[in-house]
Write a new protein. Sequence first.
Length: 350
Amino acid sequence: MQMALAAVAASLGGTLTDPTRGDVQVSSANSLANAGPGDLAFLWSDSYRDAAADSQAEAIVCRGAIPGQTCIVVEDPEAAMLTLLGAVYGQQRPQPLPGVHPAAVVSPQATLGEDASVGPGVVVEAGATIGDRTQLRAGAYIGFGVSIGNDCVVHPNVTILDRCRLGNRVVIWSGSVIGKDGFGFLQREGRHVRIPQIGTVIIEDDVEIGSLSNVARGAIEDTIIRRGVIIDDLCHVGHGSELGEYTIMVGRSGMGGSVKIGKRCLLGQDSALSTGMAMGDGSSLATNVRILYKDVPAGATMQRPVITHPPMMAKRIEASLPKLPELLRKVRRLEAEVERLTKLEETVEG
């Protein structure tokens, strides 16, 4: 990015507090603390106003002028940041040209939408439908009968298996697998026999799935990811599960099969739900929380206790945990004996 401050202000619909510096060039964006000459910084919370006053940024995008600083005053600094970074992002990552690369393999029975882009090494099987302006980046695999909507981006080496359905503006990052058979087996004569998974995966509009994540298809019921869901890297969505609108899964979170997640829920880093569990709308799991036996009520936040003891004490506490059930039984027996002796004493005194 190389723009004059006046041009930046105009593009953001803002006002430059010092018009005499309109020709000063900025070439990048940075944080308030790390910005220097040529950098643009953003202030969207008044709690960082002191940091903004000390910043060495060339200019600061904010809601109100900051004494001693050159500012671009806008109504919504967060929206301004999205606009500007989006423009820089587009410059750094030019869009692939529409059409099919000579090194791609596209079945004659597949359908490509207008201005779709199919990169080198991509395989599109028979019956697949690719929407308008959708990008299939290098090495992606699109299985039989897959349907992908408009304006989607399937990054390199993504696998979307047979009959999965994606809506519009879906983004799937490299290495993720959509539609793998769910983890379903029966024991027969001492062997594990796989249960055929005849469901599929349905992903609605405006969903983003990070790298190396897996969404398994259902055995009978479909796995459904509703509109606006964001899934981070290294996550697992179990077979037959459903994620409600605008839910977020942070890295390494996951679930067993047939889990039901409500709207606008949050699964923190490395959290998990056991098979068949549910989360109500607006609920959240903190880091490392495991939901094994009881559903999470709507609006609830589940957290693990944080151990703040010295290291040796923490080790002793950890070592004592397996003894707690027996200790509890002993305490209950002692309570019962105390109660018996108390009643006996009262009887003797009476």
